[in-house]
Write a protein that binds this ligand. Structure first.
Ligand SMILES: [Zn+2]
Length: 457
């Protein structure tokens, strides 16, 4: 089967090449050629996609996704999503131009990952956190999704079976982060008082009890009394009851989660595989320690969501700058900071880190509210529109750079070049979120903005 995509602005993913009014020829699932022009009168023996007014780019590679496979969800090993939910998440990725996702939930088996990969057009890749301390942290934070099999697996067996990275090491749910604010603290408060509190109220209460860096020494009674009053809990719970609820929810998983980061990074160095670590205020200390320890070891350690809003913008900047000095690439997650703004309402960290030319290497989405994150392709457009990178450079951050950083994630794709896998996206130039066509392995799986039947198998 052959396809010609002509008339669009072709961005090859190579960080410097943009071809106005170029063309891409696809044959047998591969890119057959990238051309400077295709004469409109010339015949073509296959499908023709008119990409006028559009940008043509490599299928995007999202190295930070969650909820895209069966098996335990998140580094806290929450119960597996229904098939409908993880397939729905993959649909959203595909409809916005992402053709490869790396699942960073960490406790899924490679059979789980292969099932998702087989049933959906998106290429689904797996990472592993099957390590004793990570498992312990998950069991303490949640662990309801763990099975006998997931407890028996090891990082070594997962890597042999095709996992391409170690991660996500640490996670908001195990480290007293956003997952605690969103789910676990409100659930514990509700169980004790019958009162529902919001994510912001939970965060404020948590910070009154444990501070921003998760430390029992940071307890502040005045702040807790204020936060409890504001959340409507003053009558229902005493300050010490509330402090105990928060401490019991956050602390049991915190110590193993920190140790899990250490053992995961050591495993990555030992096996020569990339590690992906959760960067947040709660992990800043251990990350700084590991950066200094591993300086010069040659291990690839990627700091995930270096723009995490639990850091102050200045802290995020300093940590990323230290990482750059040591050679740790940093990933910036779009979360939902551009459009939806339900979990992250500020773009201050995003702007500060991306403004500097070489602080952030690669971009991903992370999960957002219930999987409703902003589109990776919208982040690409935002970065180019703000002039933080050229258009070619912005596209590279979600394609070739991702493929190069994690060699197993998308072998043979990530660039529009003759001989490469034909994963291609055609999106409206004025709004990248308006994705018109997506081809995966040369097969059209999104047509005129709609999922084609070929998207599911
Ligand atoms: Zn994370």
């Amino acid at each position: 089967m052959s396809t010609l995509i002509r008339g669009g602005t072709v961005v090859t993913g190579s960080s410097d090449t943009v071809i106005e009014d170029g063309a891409v020829v696809i044959r047998e699932g591969r890119i057959a050629g990238v051309l400077d022009r295709w004469n409109a009168d010339k015949e073509f023996d296959g499908d023709v996609i008119d990409a006028s007014g559009c940008v043509v780019m490599p299928g995007l590679i999202n190295i930070h996704s969650h909820g895209v496979t069966p098996g335990p969800l998140f580094p806290s090993a929450a119960p597996a999503l229904s098939t409908e939910s993880w397939m729905g998440n993959l649909d959203r990725h595909l409809l916005s131009g992402t053709t490869t996702v790396l699942s960073l939930c960490g406790f899924a088996s490679m059979d789980d990952v292969r099932e998702a990969d087989r049933r959906h057009a998106v290429h689904v890749r797996g990472a592993t956190t099957h390590l004793p301390q990570c498992l312990q942290a998950a069991a303490m934070a949640d662990g309801r999704g763990l099975t006998v099999k997931s407890r028996e697996l090891t990082v070594e067996r997962m890597l042999e079976d095709g996992a391409v990275a170690i991660g996500e090491l640490g996670g908001g749910q195990t480290l007293g982060g956003g997952g605690q604010d969103l789910v676990y603290i409100p659930a514990a408060v509700h169980q004790a008082s019958g009162i529902l509190i919001t994510i912001d109220q939970a965060r404020r209460i948590k910070e009154a009890v444990l501070g921003r860096f998760i430390d029992v020494g940071a307890f502040n009674l005045n702040a807790l009394t204020e936060a409890a009053k504001e959340a409507g809990l003053a009558e229902a719970l005493t300050a010490s009851q509330l402090a105990k609820i928060v401490t019991d929810s956050v602390m049991p998983s915190f110590v193993p989660a920190i140790e899990g980061i250490r053992e995961g990074v050591q495993a990555a160095a030992k096996f020569g595989m990339p590690a992906i670590v959760h960067s947040a205020s709660a992990t800043a200390g251990i990350l700084r320690e590991l950066m200094l320890q591993l300086d010069g070891s040659g291990a690839t350690v990627i700091a995930a969501h270096a723009n995490h809003p639990s850091h102050t913008p200045e802290e995020a900047y300093q940590l990323a700058a230290l990482g750059r000095k040591i050679g740790w690439p940093a990933e910036a997650s779009v979360f939902d900071l551009l459009h939806r703004k339900r979990t992250v309402t500020t773009r201050e960290h995003w702007d500060l880190l991306l403004r500097e030319p070489d602080l952030i290497s690669v971009i991903g989405t992370d999960y957002g509210h219930d999987g409703d994150h902003d589109e990776l392709i919208s982040a690409v457009q935002d970065i180019a529109a703000h002039g933080y990178r050229s258009l070619a450079g912005a596209v590279a951050m979600a394609s070739s750079v991702a493929a190069d950083l994690i060699p197993g994630v998308a072998p043979g794709s990530g660039r529009l070049e003759a001989g490469r896998v034909a994963d291609v996206v055609v999106a409206r130039a004025d709004d990248f979120r308006d994705v018109r066509f997506v081809l995966v392995d040369g097969v059209c799986v999104v047509r005129d903005g709609q999922l084609a039947p070929e998207a599911h198998r």
